[in-house]
Design a protein around this ligand. Sequence first.
Ligand code: AMP
Length: 223
Amino acid sequence: MRVILLGPPGSGKGTQGDLLEKRHGFPKISTGDLLRREVRLGTPLGKKAEASMGRGELVSDEVVVEMLQKRIAQPDCRSGYILDGFPRNVAQALKLEKVIGTGPEIVFDIHLREQSLVSRLSQRRICPGCGAIYSLLTLSPEKRDVCQACGSSLIQRNDDTPKVIKERLKVYHEQTVPLIDYYRRRNVYHKIDGEGKVEDVFDRISAILDREMAKLKGAEAAR
Ligand code: AMP
């Protein structure tokens, strides 16, 4: 099962992807996390990507597709994966189809009001050690600094600042929104209301995923 999580920055793709990974066992692959790792390690790829990321612009399709291609060739991706943050434009969607020979089985597009997106992004903290995502809106003050999973100190992403958030939302509207039509036409698109509690959003996604997985199994059995 290949799942794509679409949606603007701050809509909860990473958090929902982690929950889906836990429940279904497919690895969640975040191209943003992969890129941040390359930047942290100071690799040539990281050096190429760093400036665009800092400005809130997209990294070149070539760099991202090559990186993703390597990741999905790994054995844990054999029966499926959940993509968070890829594709970001139609050219990437086409390249992905070329690489895997088919399209994704299901696309969830998590929607949120712009005001909620900005507030969530400004309150977000991440763990540089294990990639866990936190929100100051839900963390108690004594737990604000340390990752509860691995003990590393939490940080704010350097692109979660007002100026860069504005640019990332602009890039989303210009380049990523056309993917809605693209996947709608392929009958794999599902719009999800991303407002409310994390568990409620997850229930909305899970209900559709369970139904679609049952359909796919039924179709396979009939073959
Ligand atoms: P994210 O963690 O998904 O918010 O991504 C953080 C940043 O990484 C983005 O603002 C882009 O600069 C870069 N990035 C992540 N995924 C992609 C992608 N599929 N294509 C191009 N750039 C990406």
